[in-house]
Design a protein around this ligand. Structure first.
Ligand code: ADE
Length: 227
């Protein structure tokens, strides 16, 4: 998979060199390229924003630098992702879908967002997804892009050594994950649930299933239509 990121803060993405995604990059499973939007702004101050038509607070990102930059990056197989608090909710299902794409381009907006004509222009030509991480407002799309890249990247075949570990985690099968324990068997007077030490696989599976249901009912009733 190839990933391109357009941002006015390329230094944000240094963290993609570390951990699992860093390894996936080194092994060539995911090819990540970061582009500075200001390289496509040609005035003396490398301006990328301007005041909004119609008035209002804040600044809007100008369409011309975005058009020039994206024209050099997108192809007909690109999925353009625009993180925005006004986008469709990003879920594990979205992550699974995007993990099957060959080229993701992230357009990280700042200020009050990107001139809407940029999104419309590319939506006429390629797949464009405006996605929101949740019902809160970040300062820009960078942190959202990073979260999406991590959620998608770990689903790319080969990135996670043991793919079975993906099956039982939270949000697979629409439930939250069961609680996990490791040694020692007693810590600060708290014992690991006895069933996990029983060696009885059927009982362990049944307990984990019950824990997933109980936790989901308590913490996220909306996931099982209970709210
Ligand atoms: N940019 C600003 N806020 C955001 C959010 N909640 N999700 C995605 N992108 C954003």
């Amino acid at each position: 998979m190839r990933v391109d990121i357009v941002t006015i803060f390329p230094e944000f993405f240094g963290v993609l060199d570390v951990s699992l995604l860093g390894k996936a990059r080194q092994s060539g499973l995911i090819d990540v390229n970061v582009h500075d939007l200001r390289d496509a702004a040609h005035d003396r101050h490398r301006t990328v924003d301007d005041t909004p038509y119609g008035g209002g607070a804040g600044m809007v990102m100008k369409p011309e630098p975005w058009g020039e930059m994206l024209d050099g990056i997108v192809t007909e197989t690109t999925t353009l992702i625009v993180p925005s608090p006004a986008g469709h909710p990003f879920t594990q299902a979205t992550a699974r879908e995007l993990a099957g794409r060959e080229h993701l381009v992230f357009a990280c907006g700042r200020y009050e967002g990107i001139d809407q004509r940029v999104i419309e222009h590319y939506a006429d030509r390629i797949e464009v997804r405006e996605v929101s991480l949740g019902d809160y407002v970040l300062n820009g799309g960078e942190v959202a892009a990073m979260a999406i890249i991590e959620a998608v990247g770990r689903l790319v075949p080969g990135v996670i050594g043991n793919p079975a570990s993906l099956d039982e985690e939270s949000h697979e099968a629409g439930l939250l994950e069961y609680p996990s324990y490791t040694k020692p068997a007693v810590w600060r007077d708290r014992a690991v649930p006895a069933v996990l030490l029983s060696g009885h696989h059927g009982a362990v599976d049944a307990w984990r299933r019950e824990q997933r249901l109980e936790r989901t009912r308590r913490v996220r009733p909306d996931l099982i239509g209970g709210e």
